[in-house]
Design a protein around this ligand. Structure first.
Ligand SMILES: [Zn+2]
Length: 82
């Protein structure tokens, strides 16, 4: 019986972005990112592909971008394609 090397499993959970509920497909696969340098927020669902991008205010957070994404989806009925 030889020595077995323990496999190191890295947990990368900390770096994973927060996922939100998609208003279209209902899955928890919506990722919101805010690029402060470019003043741009991008929200995309990795499941159904629903996405939106818009100008981000300097203090906008990911969750704010997500709220706006949902508002846009229900409110205007149109989501700006990237
Ligand atoms: Zn979706």
């Amino acid at each position: 019986m030889g020595r077995r090397r323990k496999q190191v499993v890295k947990i990368v959970r900390k770096t994973l972005p927060e996922l939100y509920l998609c208003p279209r497909c209902g899955k928890n696969t919506v990722k919101a990112t805010v690029n402060k340098a470019r003043e741009r927020a991008v929200v995309i669902c990795s499941s159904c592909g629903l996405n939106s991008s818009f100008k981000a205010s300097p203090n906008m957070k990911e969750v704010d971008a997500y709220c706006r994404f949902v508002d846009g989806y229900y409110g205007e009925g149109t989501v700006e394609e990237v």
